[in-house]
Design a protein around this ligand. Structure first.
Ligand SMILES: Cc1cc2nc3c(=O)[nH]c(=O)nc-3n(C[C@H](O)[C@H](O)[C@H](O)COP(=O)(O)OP(=O)(O)OC[C@H]3O[C@@H](n4cnc5c(N)ncnc54)[C@H](O)[C@@H]3O)c2cc1C
Length: 417
């Protein structure tokens, strides 16, 4: 049993978790980042979600609105030619090579002085009165306890929030954004253009019905270097908190992926397509949320609400995928411009030394569907990490002024103009 003591512990090493840990370490806190897989990146490396959305506004002339850690990741990828874009399909995004992302995130965390622990699952947490005091983790050596003064949950599923007794909820008003299995197809020459309408026609040609497959359309991106085609077609209505439900989704998703391969092979030029990988893990768009001090609302975006505690900017629209009929919708903010995100939607209502970020941020159905994307997750992660470092040093009452100064000194963009 280890009883190591940190200033800040971040659970989950996806886009939000990496940004949180780097911001915390760069603010001077001894920081541990705990990730259950053996690489960092979360959805970007483990779910074939290979497009950063939310980094750019959706205006005619897109502006970059994520600075700090997100901008540093993008800059490293650009220097290695591992990113293409910005592209436009619904929104504005860049496409990246996931192997390069793994390497870049390792390097940036190391440079920032983050202590990273891979292959380590947060299984529990202890609390004294209203504060979290430690997390329980499991690896192949057994179980260990790590203590810290402040914590950030970036697990996407809210494991730390839930285990520590912080208030959470699942989805919003019985709505939960649909999950889909990122699937990667190789063997398609770079010169062959595969667009969403080609996929719709291919699924029709094979006469696949809703019983055999779920979605008939998806964004279709081509990766740098390999030119592999990535789609999010096979979908399932499951509960990611339950291993039995998750297993059924994974197995049915893989069955569907082979049918989609048959369909893609009917597109001219794609006859030699093959399956490079599914997932590896099913892509959960929404699970638990933090019950925060102030929920972020889609009407905040529509009304251009200005927050005194703005700590990040968002730019993605409300992207919703229905569990009922597998359709999707994309509502765009007025003018496609940037909108403000408040710190209060990342602060636990009943646990002052615990923060959340990424897809755990407290948003209503459409607000949450907009701020969950990875570009924005870098920004909310950075804010939560810097906030946790401040609380670890100065106590539980967060100074928003001090936090905003720290974020600006770390390169974050907080002004919509
Ligand atoms: C099918 C699909 C398509 C999408 N398309 C896009 C897109 O094109 N562009 C975009 O920007 N976003 C997209 N998204 C949304 C985006 O992937 C997520 O909202 C985003 O990754 C959230 O970042 P995060 O860091 O909060 O979570 P994640 O990326 O999910 O990272 C969470 C991390 O926590 C780890 N973890 C979980 N539980 C534990 C535990 N108990 N202990 C230790 N570690 C743990 C996980 O292994 C993971 O590494 C898509 C999502 C899906 C599912």
């Amino acid at each position: 049993m280890s009883h190591e003591k940190y200033d800040v512990i971040v659970a989950g090493g996806g886009s939000a978790g990496v940004a949180a840990a780097m911001a915390s370490a760069e603010a001077g806190a001894r920081t541990l980042l705990i990730e259950k897989y053996n690489c960092l990146g979360g959805a970007s490396t483990m779910r074939s979600v290979n497009t950063y959305c939310g980094m750019y506004t959706l205006e005619d002339k897109p502006k970059i609105i994520v600075g700090g850690v997100g901008a540093r990741v993008l800059s490293e990828l650009t220097q290695l030619n591992a990113v293409t874009g910005p592209h436009r399909h619904r929104g504005v995004y860049v496409v990246f090579d996931p192997e390069t992302v793994k390497m870049v995130l390792d390097k940036l965390c190391q440079q920032a002085g983050v202590e990273v622990m891979l292959g380590c699952f947060v299984t529990g947490a202890k609390r004294q009165e209203n504060r979290v005091t430690s997390v329980l983790v499991a690896d192949h050596g057994g179980q260990q306890t790590f203590h810290a003064a402040a914590f950030v949950d970036c697990t996407g599923d809210g494991d730390l929030l839930f285990q520590s007794g912080a208030e959470t909820r699942y989805g919003n008003d019985e709505h939960v954004n649909l999950g889909s299995l990122g699937t990667r197809f190789g063997g398609i020459p770079a010169s062959v253009v595969v667009a969403q309408p080609d996929i719709v026609s291919a699924v029709k040609r094979l006469k696949l019905d809703k019983g055999q497959v779920t979605k008939d359309r998806s964004v279709a991106t081509r990766l740098p270097f390999s030119h592999d085609l990535v789609c999010y077609l096979a979908s399932a209505d499951y509960d990611p908190r339950d291993a039995g439900s998750m297993t059924a989704a994974e197995q049915d998703g893989r069955r569907q992926a082979w049918l989609y391969l048959d369909a893609i092979r009917t597109i001219p030029g794609c006859e030699g397509a093959y399956l490079v990988s599914t997932g590896p893990e099913f892509g959960t768009r929404e699970s638990r949320h933090l019950q925060s001090k102030r929920m972020f609302l889609w009407t905040d975006v529509i009304d251009g609400h200005k927050f005194d505690d703005c700590i990040a900017l968002g730019a993605w629209g409300a992207e919703w995928h229905s569990r009922e009929d597998y359709s999707s919708s994309f509502d765009i903010q007025p003018g496609g411009s940037a909108y403000q995100i408040p710190m209060s939607c990342l602060m636990s209502r009943n646990t002052p030394n615990l923060f959340a970020a990424g897809r755990l941020a407290d948003g209503d159905r459409l607000g949450g569907a907009a701020i969950r994307v990875m570009g924005t997750a870098f920004a909310t992660g950075q804010a939560s990490g810097a906030a946790a470092a401040q609380v670890a040093e100065h106590g539980d009452v967060l100074s928003i002024d001090m936090l905003r100064k720290t974020l600006i000194s770390q390169g974050a963009i907080l002004k919509t103009d």
